[in-house]
Design a protein around this ligand. Structure first.
Ligand code: L14
Length: 330
């Protein structure tokens, strides 16, 4: 792209949409015109971007008749299912945050530190992976490249901000002693809910199946065995994950630490003797993926345990989306 792109942000008033605007501003993303769109409910509100006020436009079937080059969508699955193909048919490149298109064979699923080359295959829609998957694969990629991965066991501890304003409200109210259920079937304050997104017939939740399938797609290896348990915890921001990995080859634990210390987008925080390990509250607001508690799993051959934390709204959604857009204009 030679000229600066015309940019649309769709779903700009949600938790992720607002953060996309913030990240675009922070990274000084180049654009000619900016269009801010949302559902009828939010249309007409005013959003400030780089000192200028923008009126939020209602998203309609005609929204992409304007000469828009790139549209960043975070308006939920149903909206993406309907409007991403409309935009793509009019020559817009959509970067979509919902789960609607991720497993579609025609749609690249991209984490810039991991599989930037996949972006070239797009036919108008590129998917941003699930938040829990993004932070995991950023850390797994260097291990996969050097040692190969046989099996992964994910256990997640996910923040309420992933559910948006309703989840945040439930935790705020619950902490005041007033349990509400805007987002969850049980109180979240003082609880751990082994339930993220809806349950499937196989006993897993959709969130768990997303982590399994998206990991294989992004690492481009269907032979990796993956299982997951995803849990909502009373934390506002940043998902934490315990990841158990079986590599294909023997390794020295010091080499694993070195690989992760050098990996793009990764920060090593691993000094347990001094109580140093990644913590959700400290990492909220940051863009990197943090890893610590790196140790051998003595119960299997070539096993490792690690603890991985990232801001689910930034690297897990908004920042990754903007990084994809940066690849598009490079
Ligand atoms: O697949 O923490 O993008 O509620 C993102 C938010 C899944 C659920 C996705 C959460 C959703 C997740």
């Amino acid at each position: 792209m030679n000229k600066k792109p015309n940019l649309a942000v769709v779903g700009a008033t949600g938790v992720v949409g607002r953060t996309i605007l913030k990240v675009l501003e922070e990274r000084d993303f180049p654009f000619e015109n900016l269009y801010i769109m949302a559902s009828a409910k939010s249309a007409g509100t005013v959003v400030n971007f780089k000192g200028k006020d923008y009126v939020v436009e209602e998203l309609t079937e005609n929204s992409f008749d304007k000469p828009i080059d790139i549209a960043l969508f975070s308006a939920g699955g149903a909206t993406s299912e309907k409007f991403a193909p409309i935009a793509a048919s009019k020559g817009v490149v959509v970067v979509d945050n919902s789960s609607a298109w991720r497993m579609n064979k025609e749609v690249p699923l991209v984490v810039p530190e991991v599989n930037p080359e996949a972006i070239k295959l797009h036919k108008g829609i590129i998917s941003n992976p699930n938040c829990s998957t993004i932070q995991a694969v950023v850390v797994l990629k260097p291990l996969y490249d050097k040692y190969g991965i046989k099996r992964i066991v994910y256990s997640t501890y996910q923040a309420v901000s992933g559910t948006g304003v309703k989840g945040i409200k439930d935790l705020e109210e619950g902490l005041k002693g007033n349990d509400t259920n805007y987002a969850y079937p049980h109180p979240i304050a003082g609880n751990c809910l082994p339930h993220i997104d809806s349950f499937l017939d196989n006993g897993y939740t959709k969130e768990e199946m997303k982590m399994i399938r998206e990991t294989q797609k992004i690492l481009n290896d269907e032979n990796i065995k993956v299982t997951a348990t995803t849990v909502r915890v009373p934390v506002f921001d940043s998902h934490s994950e315990s990841i158990n990995i079986e590599l294909n080859k023997p390794f020295e634990i010091e080499d694993i630490k070195k690989l992760l210390a050098e990996a793009p987008g990764v920060v090593l925080q691993d000094d347990p003797q001094n109580n140093v390990y990644p913590l959700a509250r400290e990492i909220a607001g940051k863009d990197e993926v943090f890893v610590g508690r790196i140790r051998r799993d003595f119960s299997v051959d070539n096993g490792i345990n690690i603890w991985v934390v990232a801001d689910n709204i930034r690297k897990g959604a908004a920042t990754n989306t903007v990084q994809i857009a940066e690849l598009l204009i490079k």
